[in-house]
Design a protein around this ligand. Structure first.
Ligand SMILES: [Zn+2]
Length: 192
């Protein structure tokens, strides 16, 4: 349901549950919250899942953040080959049990994803949680932490070779390569 790319400060890697964890940037060094207001959550869901038409109930923002942190903690446990904590598992499962968005056949033959009327945000979070269940149960050794400097975003490597080290080559891969290049050049100069 997500597309790789950027939208208004948000980044998307194509994995819905991990994309939600990406809304807290630079966790390891300088945590930066991208979901500050209910409006931010509305924009994120509209970009990641489907357009939100009704105003977002402010009480749903802390709920979304709680789900996000449960997914993040559970994913870190999987990366570290640990058991997922009971309360994180429960949070993810509770949300995954709620009604998800639905797909409608268009006149043109395409499809449109629609959030549940009256429970738009809840259904979007249910879709996020369902993706998390699928991801956390996979245990294929391809759930990783980005090696980019200060990045620490989680990603799932769906590439055929399965040797990805960065959340995105453009964002972190190039930065690492540039840093290595600069270091090499600096090293070269100091020895000359
Ligand atoms: Zn990264």
């Amino acid at each position: 349901m997500t597309v790789a790319g950027r939208d208004g400060g948000f980044a998307f890697g194509g994995r819905l549950s991990l994309d939600l964890t990406w809304t807290l940037r630079y966790r390891a060094v300088a945590p930066t919250e991208l979901l500050v207001r209910p409006e931010d959550l509305r924009r994120w869901i509209s970009a990641a899942v489907a357009p939100v038409r009704a105003p977002v109930d402010p009480g749903l923002l802390p709920e979304a953040l709680r789900l996000r942190e449960a997914i993040h903690a559970a994913a870190r446990a999987v990366v570290d080959d640990d058991l997922v904590r009971e309360r994180d598992r429960r949070t993810v499962n509770d949300w995954a049990a709620r009604p998800s968005p639905f797909v409608r056949l268009d006149r043109s033959g395409g499809t449109t994803v629609l959030l549940r009327p009256g429970a738009e945000v809840e259904s979007a979070l249910a879709a996020v949680a369902a993706d998390a269940v699928d991801l956390l149960a996979t245990r294929d050794g391809r759930l990783r932490v980005c090696e980019g400097p200060a990045c620490s975003l989680l990603f799932h490597d769906a590439s055929r070779p399965g040797r990805r080290r960065w959340c995105s080559t453009e964002r972190c891969g190039n930065r690492v390569n540039t840093t290595t290049y600069r270091r090499r050049r600096a090293g070269g100069r100091s020895t000359s």
